[in-house]
Design a protein around this ligand. Structure first.
Ligand code: TRP
Ligand code: ZN
Length: 870
C-alpha cells in the first residue's frame, strides 16, 4: 500500500470501547488459492449508540445481508479500510460474503499460501485481510468455522478448537470440516490451515486427569524433526501447572510448521503456527542454539494460552501485558530446564545486544507506547524483553509468594476479558497490599536508567562505617525530555578475598538517590552490585581492576561473577577501540593480563559448569561495547574484539588445547543442557585458538569439520575455518552447500555464513548471493539469513567506508518493502544505531534514510525511517 498523505497515528488516549458485541461468528471458507470465498455470519448486540465499523483490507465485498435482507450499496459506506453500517437495531444478524486471493498475498498477513498449503497470520491486524470484522482485541466472540477444499491437495483441514463435523461432497472430490472454539477470543487469535502434512502425535494428561491429544503437523518427511518440539511442549504443559497452576483447557492441542512466516511463531487458540525454523530440529541439521530456541518458543506460545488468550489485551498499546509476561514465563521455564545462572546470562546478553540500543536510540519507546502508526512495528525488544524485566522486578519487589498470589488473582478475576496493564498491576496491589503506582512509571517512561554507585569511607563514633550512595538518572528519549525516578530493586553484597561478607541485600532505589551504611571496620572488600541483574539498568561504579578480579574469583552470585569479567572486558574493548582508531597498536597492560589470567582460572575451575565457562570466555558483543562509547568506528570495535580474543588465547593456549581434546568426543547426539555445554565450551576453545592465526587451530577445525556428526560442531568448524582464511575455506563452504542443499533450514545457515564473510571482492559478493539459485526474496527466513546476518555480523562489509554496504542494504530493503512491509521495516531497524557511529558513517546512513523516505515506501517502512532519522 502506497501513501502520499501523512499516515494516521493511533493514540492510547483515544481509546473508546466498541459499540457492538459479537455474540457469535460463523465462518464458511471455500478454499481456492486464487479466489477463496468467505461467508461470515455475525450475531450482533448493541452496547452503545453509533455505527458498526468493520475493518477490511485488500478483500472484495460481494454482498451484505441484514437479518436476511440484502443491503443496497447505499445502505452502507465502503471505504479502502472500512465497511460502516448505520441505523442498526439492538440485535441483528449480519451476513457478509467476500473473496480474497491467498496466492497473491506476499505480505504473509491474513490468509496466504506457503509451500502449497493454506495458512493464516492474524496478529496484529491480519484478520481484516480475510473478512470484514471489528478487528480489535477487545471484541471477543465464539467462533465456528467450516472449511471446504479439494481432498487431494488439502487432506488436512484445521481451525481453532474442536472438530465437530466433517465429511465429503462432490462424490468425494471435495471435503469439509467444521471446528468450534468454545472460548471467546479476539480475531487476532483466529487460525486456519489446510494442506498435506505428516503428523507427529502424542498426548498429555492434565492435573485434573484429562488426556489431551497433541499433534504437530509438518511437511511430509519432517515428522522426526518435530520430536524435540513435542518433548518441549509436554514439559511446558507440566511446568505451567506446577509453576503457575495453569491447566490446558481445550480437548486437543495442535502445532503447524510453515516455511514462510514473518516472525517466530503465533499462539492462535489451540492451533499454534510456527516458523519451521523454530520447530524442526535433529542433531545432524540443527545447532544447540536451535534446540534451545525451539524449547523456549514452544513454551512461549503454549504459555500464551493463559497469558494472552484466556486473558487478552484491551488494545494494542497493552501488548506487553501478554508479551512481557509470557517472555518472563518462558525465561523462568528455560531457567528451570537448563540452569538459572546460565539462562540469566543469556537473557541479559540479549537484552544488552538488542533492547539497550533500542532504548538509547531514535526508536526508543515506553514498554507501553502511547502512539503508533503501524502496530507491527512495535513487536520490539522493548515490549518483549524489557517487558519481561518489569515482571521479574515485580517478583523481586514482592517476593515469590506474593507474586504468585497476584498472578492467581489476575487469572481468577480477569479470565475471559481483554485487560489493561493497570488491571494487571492492580492484581498485585490487591494480593500484596503494596502501592505500586510508582512502579507504573516503568511502563510509561522510555530509556534505560543509569545507576551510579559510590562508596565513601566515613567514621561514626569509633566504628568505621562506609556509606554507599546509589543514584539514578534516565536520559531524555524522543518525545520525553524529563524523566522521573523509577523503582529500582538493587540486589548487592560485599565480597572479600575469602568470599562474601554478610548476606546479599536488597536496596530499593525509588528516589533520585539513597544512602546505605555498611559497618565493615577496615575490611578489604569489593561490591557486587545488581546481582542476577535485578534491574534492567546501566551500572556505573568506581570498580577497579582489582575489584573486578576479586568478584570474578569470589562472588557467590554466578551471574555477577560473569558480569565482573564482562564489565572489565567492555572497558578493555573500549580502550582498545580508541587505540585502534588513532592508529596505535594496543599494548597489553595489567588490566588485560589480569583479565586473561582470571579467565584461565575460570577455565580450569572444576566448580563451574561448561556452559558457564563458555559464556565467561565470550567477550561482550560489538553492540554492547558501542553502547558504552559515545561514538566509534564499528570496524575498530570488531578489531578490538579480535585483539582481546587473541590476548585471552595467548594466556591460556595450552589449557585451551587440553580442554578442547578432553571435551572433543561425541557419543550419540544428546540435545540436553549438559551435552550442549560440553560442545559450547569445546567450540569456544577452538574459536579462541583460531584468533591466534597460527598453525594450531587449522588441523583441529579441519578434522572437526570432516568428522562432525552434529550441526553445532560442523558449523563451528566451518566458521573457524573462515576465520582462519586460506584456500581450503571455499572448498569447505561448497562441500557444506552440496551436502545440505535439500534442507532449507541448513541452507539458511549457509546463507548466514556467506553473509558474514569478509569476502575479498567486498559488497559485490553479497550482492551476488541475492542472485544465487537458492535465494528467494519471498521467504523471510532466507532474507533474514542473508540481509539480517550481513547487517549484524559483517561489520567489515556492512560498514564499509565507501558506503557500498549501506547502499546495497537499502536497495534490498526497498525491494522487500514492495512485497512484505513488516519484514522490510524490521530489517531497516538496523540503522537505529547510527548516532553511535563516526560522523562520516552517520552522514551516509542519514542519506540512506532520506532516500527511503523519498521513495514513497509502505507505512511500516516510512514510520521506522522517519523516526530513525529523528
Ligand atoms: N504473538 C506472537 C508471539 O510473540 C508474535 C507474532 C507472530 C506476530 N506473528 C506475528 C506479531 C505477526 C505481529 C505480526 O508469540
Ligand atoms: Zn508472544
Amino acid at each position: 500500500m502506497r501513501t502520499d498523505t501523512a499516515p494516521t497515528v493511533t493514540k492510547l488516549s483515544d481509546y473508546t470501547p466498541p459499540n457492538f458485541k459479537i455474540e457469535s461468528v460463523y465462518l464458511d471458507f471455500d478454499l481456492d488459492p486464487k479466489n477463496t470465498v468467505v461467508r461470515s455470519t455475525l450475531k450482533v448486540s448493541r452496547l452503545a449508540a453509533g455505527p458498526l465499523t468493520l475493518d477490511g483490507d485488500e478483500i472484495s465485498l460481494k454482498s451484505v445481508k441484514l437479518d436476511g435482507r440484502l443491503l443496497k450499496r447505499s445502505d452502507y459506506k465502503l471505504t479502502q479500510a472500512h465497511l460502516i453500517i448505520d441505523d442498526l437495531p439492538n440485535h441483528f444478524t449480519l451476513e457478509i460474503e467476500n473473496s480474497c486471493n491467498p496466492a497473491a498475498n506476499s505480505t504473509l498477513m491474513g490468509l496466504y499460501v506457503s509451500g502449497g498449503r493454506f495458512c493464516t497470520q492474524c496478529e496484529a491486524e491480519g484478520f481484516r485481510r480475510i473478512t470484514y470484522y471489528p478487528d480489535r482485541p477487545d471484541v471477543l466472540s465464539v467462533f465456528t468455522v467450516r472449511v471446504q477444499a479439494p481432498l487431494k491437495d488439502y487432506p488436512h483441514l484445521l481451525a481453532n478448537g474442536n472438530m465437530i463435523d466433517s465429511g465429503s461432497i462432490d462424490g468425494g472430490k471435495t471435503h469439509f470440516a467444521v471446528w468450534e472454539d468454545p472460548f471467546p477470543k479476539p480475531a487476532y487469535l483466529f487460525a486456519l490451515v489446510a494442506g498435506q502434512f505428516d503428523l507427529l502425535e502424542d498426548s498429555f494428561t492434565t492435573m485434573s486427569g484429562r488426556e489431551i491429544p497433541l499433534t504437530i503437523y509438518v511437511d511430509p518427511g519432517d515428522a522426526h524433526r518435530a520430536e524435540y518440539a513435542m518433548d518441549s511442549l509436554i514439559r511446558s504443559m507440566k511446568w505451567d501447572e506446577e509453576a503457575f497452576g495453569r491447566e490446558y483447557d481445550l480437548a486437543r492441542f495442535m502445532i503447524v510448521a510453515v516455511r514462510d512466516f514473518n516472525f517466530g511463531a503465533m499462539e492462535n487458540k489451540g492451533l499454534n503456527i510456527f516458523n519451521s525454523a523454530l520447530l524442526l530440529a535433529d542433531g545432524e541439521s540443527a545447532t544447540d542454539m536451535n534446540f534451545e530456541r525451539i524449547e523456549s518458543v514452544v513454551a512461549h506460545e503454549y504459555f500464551h494460552n493463559w497469558t494472552g488468550n484466556r486473558i487478552t489485551c484491551r488494545d494494542w498499546f497493552q501488548l506487553c501485558l501478554k508479551e512481557g509476561f509470557t517472555v518472563f514465563r518462558d525465561q523462568e521455564f528455560s531457567a528451570d530446564q537448563r540452569g538459572a545462572a546460565v539462562q540469566r546470562i543469556k537473557d541479559v546478553r540479549a537484552l544488552r545486544g538488542r533492547q539497550f540500543p533500542e532504548d538509547a536510540g531514535p526508536l526508543a519507546h515506553p514498554v507501553r507506547p502511547n502512539q503508533y502508526v503501524k502496530i507491527d512495528n512495535f513487536y520490539t525488544a522493548t515490549i518483549y524483553e524489557k517487558g519481561a524485566e518489569l515482571i521479574r522486578m515485580l517478583k523481586t519487589l514482592l517476593g515469590a509468594e506474593a507474586f504468585r498470589k497476584g498472578c492467581d488473582h489476575y487469572f481468577e478475576t480477569l479470565d475471559g476479558t481483554a485487560a489493561t496493564v493497570e488491571q494487571f498491576i492492580a492484581s498485585f496491589e490487591a494480593s500484596s497490599g503494596k502501592d505500586l503506582s510508582q512502579f507504573m512509571r516503568w511502563y510509561e517512561q522510555a530509556g534505560t536508567p543509569h545507576i551510579k554507585v559510590t562508596r565513601t569511607r566515613s567514621s561514626e563514633s569509633n566504628v568505621s562505617v562506609d556509606v554507599i550512595t546509589f543514584e539514578q538518572k534516565t536520559l531524555p528519549t524522543p518525545g520525553q525530555k524529563t524523566k522521573k525516578p523509577v523503582v529500582l530493586p538493587i540486589k548487592w553484597q560485599a565480597i572479600g578475598d575469602d568470599g562474601p561478607i554478610g548476606e546479599a541485600q536488597l536496596t530499593v532505589l525509588d528516589a533520585a538517590q539513597t544512602h546505605v551504611s555498611l559497618p565493615l571496620a577496615g575490611k578489604e572488600y569489593s561490591l557486587s552490585i545488581l546481582q542476577d541483574f535485578s534491574a534492567p539498568a546501566i551500572l556505573h561504579t568506581d570498580q577497579t581492576t582489582e575489584d573486578a578480579l576479586r568478584l570474578m574469583a569470589n562472588d557467590p552470585n554466578a551471574f555477577n561473577r560473569w558480569e565482573a569479567g564482562q564489565s572489565l572486558a567492555r572497558k578493555l574493548m573500549g580502550s582498545l577501540t580508541k587505540a585502534i582508531e588513532s592508529g596505535k597498536m594496543p599494548e597489553p597492560d595489567t588490566a588485560l593480563r589480569g583479565y586473561a589470567r582470571a579467565l584461565k582460572h575460570t577455565l580450569l575451575d572444576a566448580e563451574f559448569d561448561n556452559n558457564f565457562k563458555a559464556l565467561a570466555l565470550t567477550i561482550p558483543s560489538n553492540m554492547d561495547v558501542m553502547q558504552s562509547l559515545p561514538q566509534s568506528d564499528p570496524i575498530a570495535v570488531n578489531l578490538a574484539g579480535d585483539w582481546l580474543n587473541r590476548a585471552i588465547s595467548d594466556e591460556s593456549k595450552t589449557d585451551l588445547i587440553e580442554t578442547y581434546h578432553a571435551l572433543k568426543d561425541e557419543g550419540p547426539f544428546d540435545p540436553g543442557a549438559a551435552a550442549a555445554g560440553r560442545r559450547a565450551l569445546k567450540n569456544r576453545c577452538l574459536n579462541l585458538l583460531a584468533s591466534r592465526q597460527d598453525a594450531i587451530a587449522a588441523p583441529l577445525a579441519i578434522s572437526q569439520f570432516n568428522a562432525a556428526t552434529n550441526m553445532t560442531d560442523e558449523l563451528s568448524a566451518l566458521l573457524t575455518l573462515d576465520k582462519l582464511g586460506g584456500r581450503r575455506v571455499d572448498q569447505s563452504m561448497e562441500d557444506f552447500y552440496v551436502k545440505w542443499k535439500a534442507n532449507p533450514l541448513v541452507i539458511d545457515k549457509w546463507f548466514a555464513v556467506q553473509a558474514g564473510r569478509k569476502h575479498p571482492s567486498g559488497v559485490d559478493a553479497i550482492e551476488q548471493l541475492t542472485k544465487h539459485d537458492a535465494y528467494d526474496p519471498r521467504n523471510p527466513n532466507r532474507v533474514r539469513a542473508l540481509l539480517g546476518s550481513f547487517a549484524m555480523s559483517n561489520p567489515h562489509l556492512f560498514h564499509d567506508a565507501s558506503g557500498a554496504g549501506y547502499n546495497f542494504f537499502t536497495e534490498q530493503v526497498l525491494d522487500m518493502d514492495s512485497r512484505n512491509p513488516s519484514v522490510a521495516a524490521r530489517l531497516l531497524g538496523v540503522y537505529e544505531i547510527w548516532r553511535k557511529l563516526d560522523t562520516a558513517r552517520q552522514d551516509q546512513i542519514k542519506a540512506q534514510l532520506r532516500r527511503v523516505i523519498k521513495s514513497k515506501p509502505s507505512k511500516n517502512v516510512l514510520e521506522i525511517a522517519s523516526k530513525t532519522l529523528g
